[in-house]
Design a protein around this ligand. Structure first.
Ligand code: SAM
Length: 263
């Protein structure tokens, strides 16, 4: 079992601020706003100010965020298609004692966003990883949805293709608790139609444009929300939540997949 000494930086508490300085050789996962810039935390700002480099999913987007808060910092791109190759460079920097912040376009790194690979590689190299928690669309939507959060399953994005999407939804028929999906605005109608096919009796909450000017929560069965979608176009970003009530909370009958030779 490997452990991180999370109390280490506290021993070097900075006399000026009273807060511990950033620890050399640490990767900081910095959550950033999902719409409302006021949601940036004081710690996120200090981390971005005090780190040596920011590894960003989109350097232009993080660059704009830094500019808004008057922060000037070298940026390194780290996105889905170069994350694996960036791991080596980030590890070398950490081994030299640098403090590296990792940001994505919005929300928490690693949640349907780059981050997981880098985190695994940094841990495997025996180096330190610390989250700087903050905005996350999943948590914001779940807490305001009114659906139970005692048991929930984060699904994130379903596959793009219809067959694998349908199979994934069928698999979820027997999962209890609230299900939470991320979906692009272009596929929201498709997802509602699919939910109507597999979970017609379940309550759905569409959490739209969280933390932004046109934030709203639309509640109903998949068919009711599809009807609404025909009346008005729904733009923006969505988290889709599906109530656990109305889904059979029993295990699928695995035997039914096998042929009985006596038949
Ligand atoms: N890492 C992010 C997080 O912590 O929430 C999620 C990134 S993922 C690439 C983007 C998806 O998150 C969007 O397609 C949408 O489903 C959801 N999302 C992000 N911001 C949102 C917002 N302001 N309102 C509703 N959904 C949002």
């Amino acid at each position: 079992m490997s452990t991180q000494n999370l109390s280490a930086p506290a021993q070097n508490a900075s006399a000026d601020s009273g807060w511990p300085p950033l620890a050399p050789g640490t990767l900081y996962l910095v959550a950033t706003p999902i719409g409302n810039l006021e949601d940036i935390t004081l710690r996120a700002l200090r981390t971005l100010r005090e780190c040596d480099v920011v590894a960003a999913e989109d350097t232009r987007r993080t660059g704009r965020l830094l500019k808004h808060f008057g922060i000037v910092k070298p940026l390194l791109s780290c996105f889905r298609f170069n994350e694996a190759q960036r791991c080596g460079e980030i590890i070398e920097r950490l081994q030299r004692g640098e403090k590296v912040a990792l940001t994505t376009d919005a929300g928490s790194p690693g949640i349907s966003d780059p981050g997981e690979r880098v985190v695994q590689a940094v841990i495997a190299a025996g180096l330190r990883v610390e989250p700087v928690p903050g905005p996350c669309a999943l948590v914001a939507a779940l807490t305001a949805s009114g659906l139970p959060a005692t048991e929930f399953h984060f699904i994130g994005f379903l596959p793009h293709k219809s067959g694998p999407r349908r199979r994934e939804l069928e698999r979820l028929r027997h999962t209890s608790g609230t299900l939470v999906f991320y979906e692009s605005p272009y596929r929201i109608g498709k997802l509602l139609a699919e939910l109507n096919g597999v979970f017609p009796a379940c309550q759905v909450v569409l959490a739209r444009e969280l933390t932004k000017k046109y934030e709203e929560y639309l509640r109903g069965t998949p068919a009711e929300l599809l009807a609404l979608l025909r009346q008005r176009s729904l733009k923006g970003e969505f988290v889709v939540l599906l109530s656990g009530e109305g889904r059979p909370a029993v295990e699928p009958d695995m035997d039914s997949d096998f042929c009985d030779p006596r038949d």
